[in-house]
Design a protein around this ligand. Structure first.
Ligand code: CTP
Length: 402
């Protein structure tokens, strides 16, 4: 399930002020289970020491001294041919030029020439250097050759100016690499739709009715589905979260908008996982102008929204899609009884029963404690674990049915 487990990644580091950030990339990839071989150019060594990298990866980091040593040939051919990915981050304008023109005048560039694996680069340089016609032409050549170019981002540059040229942030680079390795996994080519967050229903232009859902569990399910190789559509109510890299994000606000988005994606989907907390009621009328304060009590009249899962079940009768449908039951009492009722009424393959009364489970926190109930009457109680772990277990069940 972890796309980075057991992968061999060659990480090239070149001369840029962003070189220090490469230590974080090496550390994150290593912690995720990959073997990372770091190669520093001579200029990179001026910014950061090989010792930093050998400390975070647990083995030797290579420099140009190794190219001219007795094992030089073995090193670049070995790393170039045995790696699953060559990532160069940060990648300077000079290294971009070396790659574009096939130069092999340092350990990193000869490794790139010998590489049989995909190559990703994260350019980092001053705005003017990035915009220069030579750099742009070189980048175009690399793109045409199938090299994946990550960023660069815009923002503050080392020169003190604002512009395009900053290296993409380490966590984003990590997400790109993770996504890259997930693509061949068990759910490759299968569309998985995940809903997340709490819908919002307008009372007037400044007020709304919503719930305490943070979206964390739904986003974790989406990440788990991506890691399993699926094409993920994340239909999300407003949250404070960053969507996992690689999802198609459909932003909605109300229960009605979520219903429409789900129905639009239902036909071709392998699985639908409704982790969203959908409003059951909305104000009958949303006032055109801000409701003014009075001394009297204020009554709001609410009308029911449509139940999305019930509509999906109706549509599925006709189309057969989504092949698998999973719901959540967030409960404060009688968890199993309520969850079982919803499992059968909404004609689900599985329901995730979620007791939201504990401090360590349910709304807002990173952990969860759930019971999975299946349409054949079986049940699996999961111990307290991360929301990503819960997402992975749900996705493992979908894989086992597929
Ligand atoms: N759900 C839905 N459409 C709604 C409300 C809920 O599809 N209008 C989905 C949720 O996304 C969840 C499941 O139904 O997967 C159960 O939601 P929950 O709020 O626990 O149950 P309700 O059916 O709304 O019943 P109640 O609020 O009475 O517990």
């Amino acid at each position: 399930m972890n796309p980075l487990e057991g992968k061999r990644i060659a990480l090239g580091v070149t001369g840029s002020i962003a070189a220090y950030k490469a230590a974080e990339i090496a550390s994150k990839l290593t912690q995720a289970g990959s073997h990372v071989d770091v190669i520093l150019t001579e200029s990179a060594e001026r910014f950061i020491s090989p010792l930093t990298f050998s400390s975070v990866t647990g083995h030797k980091a290579y420099t140009d001294k190794d190219l001219w040593g007795g094992e030089g040939h073995v090193i670049h051919i070995g790393i170039g041919q045995n790696s699953d990915l060559l990532l160069i981050a940060p990648c300077s304008a000079t290294t971009i030029a070396r790659l574009a023109h096939g130069l092999g005048d340092n350990l990193l560039s000869v490794t790139a020439l010998a590489a049989k694996c995909p190559i990703m680069i994260a350019p980092a340089m001053d705005g003017g250097m990035y915009a220069h016609a030579a750099t742009q032409t070189n980048l175009r050549i690399l793109k045409e050759r199938g090299i994946d170019i990550l960023g660069p981002a815009s923002g503050h540059l080392a020169s003190g100016q604002l512009g395009v040229g900053r290296m993409m942030e380490p966590n984003e680079i990590f997400d790109h690499v993770n996504f890259h390795f997930s693509r061949g996994n068990a759910l490759a080519g299968k569309k998985v739709v995940v809903t997340a967050g709490g819908t919002q229903e307008s009372i007037d232009p400044v007020r709304r009715i919503t719930n305490r859902s943070s979206g964390k569990q739904g986003y974790a399910v989406a990440q788990a589905a991506l890691n399993a190789g699926a094409d993920v559509v994340l239909i999300t109510a407003p949250t404070a979260l960053q969507a996992p890299y690689g999802c198609q994000v459909v932003a909605v606000t109300t229960a009605q908008e979520m219903l429409e988005a789900v129905l639009q994606h239902q036909d071709s989907s392998h699985a639908l996982i409704m982790a969203a907390a959908v409003a059951d009621y909305r104000p009958t009328l949303s006032a055109e102008h801000k409701i003014k304060k009075h001394d009297n009590a204020l009554s709001l009249t609410l009308e029911p929204t449509q139940d999305i899962l019930l509509r999906v079940a109706e549509e599925k009768e006709k189309s057969g899609f989504p092949k698998y449908v999973i719901g959540f039951a967030a409960e404060t009492q009688d968890l199993l009884t309520n969850a079982k009722k919803k499992l059968s009424e909404k004609r689900l393959d599985m329901i995730v029963g979620n007791d939201v009364t504990g401090k360590d489970a349910g709304f807002g926190v990173d952990t969860n404690r759930v019971s999975l109930l299946f349409s054949d009457g079986s049940q699996q109680n999961l111990a307290l674990g991360s929301k990503l772990g819960v997402g992975e277990t749900i996705i493992e069940h979908i894989i086992s049915w597929s």
